[in-house]
Design a protein around this ligand. Structure first.
Ligand code: FES
Length: 197
């Protein structure tokens, strides 16, 4: 398993939304952010990106503002948010692990790595752990298949991973011992590889 530093990572959708104080200030800020955009669908993705860049995600409170600007309905906007997987709709976790869903990673057992990460980090794919410490995001192949199966963390590629590597990686993130008490260090079994996503 190696770690290779790369550029900024992909970001992916988070299901669920958060509400909070300061909505009026946020709405005013969003109106300013998108003021120069044309009210057509071509500029909608730009609006999403600007808001996410500013706030870390696209809050629910901004939807009415966007609907008015782009002359559409909140339902249409939620559909668009669901389509653009790089746009988040809830705050990012403190630490987000990005899991590659590409074919080379799948062929080399990434599904079992995903299961290990979900289990240890306590979150499902494209979700956050209850305490907000960890998030898991699905990303697409970006051509670094020589490291498959891999994950990315803060712009660093980590791979090729075995399931044992993934377990160790996740436990280290949580500040836990790489090998849990009572586990053998050299006989960590890896589940049968499967071809599902
Ligand atoms: S398929 Fe995962 S990096 Fe290419």
């Amino acid at each position: 398993m190696t770690r290779i530093t790369a550029g900024p990572g992909h970001s992916s959708r988070v299901t669920g939304v958060e509400t909070g104080a300061g909505d009026g200030e946020m709405i005013a800020g969003v109106q300013e952010l998108i003021a120069d955009l044309s009210p057509d669908n071509a500029a909608l993705l730009t609006a999403f990106h600007r808001i996410q860049h500013q706030y870390g995600y696209v809050p629910r409170e901004t939807i009415p503002v966007l609907a008015a600007k782009f002359r559409t309905t909140p339902a249409m906007l939620y559909g668009a948010l669901d389509f653009y997987s790089e746009i988040r709709t809830s705050p990012p976790a403190e630490t987000t692990v990005q899991w590659c869903s590409g074919p080379a990673c799948l062929l080399k057992g990434s599904v079992n790595i995903r299961r290990a990460l979900e289990s240890i980090l306590g979150c499902e794919m494209d979700g956050n752990s209850e305490d907000g410490r960890f998030g898991l995001r699905l990303i697409q192949c970006d051509g670094t298949c020589h490291l498959a199966p891999l994950v990315r963390l803060d712009g660093t590629y980590v791979g090729p991973l075995t399931v044992s590597d993934a377990v160790k990686f996740a436990r280290e993130l949580k500040g836990e011992p790489a090998v849990a008490e009572g586990e053998a260090t050299s006989t960590a079994e890896e589940p049968e590889e499967e071809g599902e996503a």
